[in-house]
Design a protein around this ligand. Structure first.
Ligand SMILES: Cc1cc2nc3c(=O)[nH]c(=O)nc-3n(C[C@H](O)[C@H](O)[C@H](O)COP(=O)(O)OP(=O)(O)OC[C@H]3O[C@@H](n4cnc5c(N)ncnc54)[C@H](O)[C@@H]3O)c2cc1C
Length: 411
């Protein structure tokens, strides 16, 4: 049996970032993934400022190297359209916390981004990466936690970080997180080439369609004239309204007036693929005796934007920092590891709480249209919306009914 003080299950953004932070602190770990890299991950491929902030803390040079890669685009804003087809381009508000040459966000195929991260992991002698190792079960004793693969291989550790994504069995046991349709989104995506009409600063596009609210249709531009195209909605509404996401996506491409011309010369390059997004809905423990959950395995995806990479990055980093403290204290108890939850929620809890309240407002087409009708004419409102992407105090107001009433009345 292999022995390793700390094991990490899953080498996506949450797991690879946790391993790299541990290595930075001089701590050895074993990183297990069922896949062999490079491997793809179904995603919209939008990489937000949170990921950049975490990588900047990990190693500014590594982030600069990543930023120079030809497989990613630098993105400077967001294009939103409302059910009545009104379109608004909003630059991401620059909070000046990052080096000037870096954009507010990247867009990269996950195949390339995750592989870039794994190549960094592979350079690191302190990380024992085991690919093709699917963890099937865990067992805890008073002093250890042991992970066993389908092939019967085992790793015994003092502590485990479960970062094995949306379908993690460990989310429920030992994590105690039970998912239901309301807090799980289904997303489908495909790649197109030849879509026209992108913003020249590579804005990501969220198109809010009447039958998809509060979900949306996205187009995220990529290098070489490709784009990631997809739709996402919570599973509760999909069942209730009997929505066929694939049909809805192709109908929009063919019929929505503000989309169809842009797809006139476009070619679908890959098949449509679907995957679940475990959404955050309330504060709950994300650690316990000898374990922490990170990324999708902790159900941390933003319930409005569907963004999960940033939260995976932050939780991976904070789990590694807590693991370091646990090693120093020789304490892997539930009580000690609880500080991880606290640090995570201190960092991002407010943002998640605000996001969880927004779908109830944006699910109404008339309200969305009304606000957009005003916003396209008002520079002040556009600036507020731009700021709301990054400034929590501004975003808080997005779930105040009075804000919408004032906007609709033009006050
Ligand atoms: C359609 C769609 C669109 C999305 N768009 C965006 C977007 O544009 N921007 C954004 O920020 N987020 C987006 N997300 C969410 C984002 O993809 C996830 O939040 C993110 O990948 C979470 O990272 P992670 O490291 O937690 O998990 P993952 O990236 O899923 O990595 C988990 C890893 O664990 C491995 N694994 C799984 N089970 C085991 C096991 N038993 N043993 C060993 N290894 C295992 C897998 O092989 C994988 O490498 C989207 C999701 C979907 C489905």
């Amino acid at each position: 049996m292999l022995k390793s003080d700390i094991s990490i299950v899953g080498a996506g953004p949450a797991g690879s970032i946790a391993a790299l932070f541990l290595a930075k602190a001089g701590i050895n770990c074993t990183l297990l993934d069922k896949a062999t890299f490079p491997r793809d991950k179904i995603c919209g491929d939008g990489i937000s400022g949170w990921v950049l902030t975490v990588l900047q803390q990990l190693d500014p040079e590594f982030l600069q190297k990543l930023a120079a890669q030809p497989f990613l685009l630098h993105s400077y804003g967001i294009r939103i359209s409302s059910p009545n087809g009104k379109t608004l381009d909003l630059p991401f508000f620059n909070d000046n916390s990052m080096p000037e040459n870096l954009p507010p966000g990247f867009i990269s195929r996950r195949l390339d981004f995750d592989n870039f991260m794994i190549n960094e992991v592979k350079k690191n002698p302190q990380i024992d990466l085991r690919e093709n190792f699917e963890v099937k079960k865990y067992e805890r004793t008073n002093s250890t936690i042991t992970l066993t693969s389908g092939d019967g291989e085992s790793v015994e550790s003092k502590l485990v970080i479960f970062a094995n994504g949306a379908n993690s069995a460990f989310m429920k046991d030992p994590g105690g997180i039970v998912k239901d349709k309301k807090n799980t989104m289904t997303g489908i995506k495909t790649y197109y080439s030849g879509i026209s009409g992108f913003h020249d600063q590579n804005y990501v596009e969220l198109h809010f369609l009447k039958d998809l609210l509060p979900g949306y249709f996205w187009i995220f531009p990529l290098p070489n004239g490709w784009a990631n195209v997809g739709v996402g909605l919570d599973q509760h509404r999909i069942s209730k309204k009997k929505i066929n996401l694939k049909k809805l996506m192709f109908d929009a491409i063919e019929n929505e007036p503000h989309l169809r011309d842009r797809f006139k010369n476009a070619k679908q390059e890959t098949r449509v693929e679907a995957y679940g997004l475990p959404l955050w809905d309330h504060r709950r423990p994300i650690s316990g005796e000898r374990f922490m959950l990170a990324g999708d395995a902790a159900s941390l995806i933003d319930p409005v934007t569907g963004e999960g990479m940033g939260h995976a990055a932050i939780s991976g980093m904070l789990a590694a920092k807590q693991a370091q403290k646990a090693m120093e204290a020789g304490d892997f108890s539930e009580n000690f590891l609880k500080s991880y939850d606290q640090h995570f929620y201190d960092r991002i809890g407010n943002e998640l709480s605000i996001s969880a309240k927004i779908p109830k407002f944006i699910q109404h087409a008339w309200l969305f249209n009304g606000v957009m009708n005003r916003a396209v004419k008002s520079k002040v409102l556009q600036e507020k919306l731009s700021k709301a992407m990054t400034d929590l105090e501004v975003r808080k107001r997005l779930h105040e009914p009075s804000l919408y009433i004032r906007v609709l009345l033009g006050m």
